[in-house]
Write a protein that binds this ligand. Structure first.
Ligand code: EZ4
Ligand code: CO
Length: 402
């Protein structure tokens, strides 16, 4: 069997998605997510201009060799654009292999380690009261694990707060929206939010929180300490992690579990964090970390240090990524949790899939491959709509981490 053609589809059913479609000379089609929020066309070009010409005529069963060819063969290693493109190829090839074998992807990885995948949903509100209510609605919907983000008094446009009650989409403008960050106000507010949440709902539901790279290591240590009584499932991205050593200080001072890695692309981004056991959960995901082939390598390495997976799953990761991630999660022995923000009906219609939500869990389907397809005619009705992620500044104008 040979790869006969490949093409990139960019569509915007409410938000932008980039999808790679690979077709074999025997009529088998596989698809992979290639969405990099706010930088979509860079990956589309990387695929169309540089990767697809190298794929034509190759044997699609040689997933590992094609991965190595694209990684080593670019000479320029790592980075979000290149690794997202490689992930798209890898995911599409696993999809093809599943279809050729007539097996769901989790079977090719080694079979089921669990029947269903624990997911966490996103509750958010404009203020403390409405966030407490939003968490209650997620409990009513059956979620066992809920991320809580709230508007913060004195901070305009805090991270993670949507316009409606259910969805938030941070990429919201043609040019980056400017937001102003205030660490002191946040550090004062965050423990009060979790006081109220535990008071209202007890310790039954798992609660998570995303700091979204806003703190210094010492501030993160302080926050982690102050949240210890609330027993979070995790505190996410407490400080930027380019410098992995920075987490030593946080780790030394708090037992609040730490999660990092949604912006990571390779095992090298998390090697030290994992081998020094500086984190509890690694959030690398199929689409941004080199596909199933590379994520499996990261997860196996993490397992040696009792670090568990907690893959990124915001709405900017398409249903194609979610489908592949759920097969991965169903197999991976050191599974922790999977992030799950529901997609809109428009998005679900463009990407028909066979995974389903039940009692706070997602269950992957049994159809061959990863179980997600694309309705190309429908996708063509939603042209690309360029959108940027916001930026954050301190009140004196200094650029900060969004
Ligand atoms: O801001 O995916 O945990 N989830 C997150 C996300 C990210 C977006 C960026 O594109 O931090 O909401
Ligand atoms: Co995050």
């Amino acid at each position: 069997m040979k790869i006969a053609s490949a093409r990139v589809i960019v569509t915007c059913p409410g938000r932008n998605f980039v999808t790679l479609v690979i077709e074999t000379d025997q009529g088998v089609t596989g698809i992979g997510d290639a969405t990099l929020n706010g930088r979509e066309l860079a990956v589309a070009s990387y695929l169309t201009d540089h990767v697809i010409p190298c794929l034509i005529g190759r044997d699609p069963s040689q997933i590992e060799d094609i991965w190595q060819y694209l990684y080593r063969g670019a000479y320029w290693r790592r980075g979000p654009v290149g690794m997202t493109a490689i992930a798209a190829v890898d995911t599409a090839l696993w999809d093809i292999k599943g279809k050729v074998c007539g097996q769901p992807l989790y079977q090719l990885l080694g079979g089921k380690s669990r029947e269903r995948v624990l997911v966490y949903g996103h509750a958010n509100g404009a203020d403390l009261h409405s966030t407490v209510e939003a968490v209650g609605r997620y409990i009513e919907m059956g979620y066992h694990a809920i991320r809580a983000q709230s508007g913060i008094p004195g901070i305009d446009k805090a991270y993670g707060v949507g316009r409606g009650d259910t969805y938030y989409e941070p990429a919201d403008a043609r040019l980056p929206t400017e937001t102003v960050w205030d660490t002191a106000k946040y550090l004062d507010f965050a423990p009060r939010l979790f006081d109220k949440l535990r008071e209202a709902y007890g310790f039954g539901p798992q609660l998570l929180h995303d700091v979204h790279h806003r703190l210094t290591p010492n501030e993160a240590a302080q926050l982690g300490k102050s949240l210890e009584p609330h027993r979070l499932f995790w505190m996410e991205d407490a400080t930027p992690a380019e410098n992995q050593e920075a987490f030593r200080h946080i780790r030394r001072h708090t037992t609040t579990p730490l999660a990092v890695g949604e912006v990571f692309n390779t095992i090298w981004d998390c090697k030290q964090l994992i081998e020094e056991q500086l984190i509890d959960y690694i959030r690398a995901t199929v689409v941004h970390a080199g596909g199933i082939t590379h994520l499996r390598r990261i997860a196996d390495f993490a397992a040696m240090y009792q670090v568990r997976t907690g893959s990124h799953g915001a709405t900017d990761l398409s249903p194609v990524c979610m489908g592949a991630a759920l097969h991965f999660d169903t197999w991976v022995p050191n599974f922790g949790i999977q992030e799950y923000m529901r997609h809109t009906e428009e998005t679900d219609a463009v990407f028909p899939h066979d995974y389903r939500f039940e009692d706070g869990h997602l269950i992957c389907g049994e159809s061959p491959g990863h179980g997600v397809t694309i309705d190309e005619a429908l996708a063509a009705k939603y042209p690309y709509n360029p959108m940027c992620l916001p930026v954050a500044r301190l009140s004196d104008g200094t650029m900060w981490n969004w």
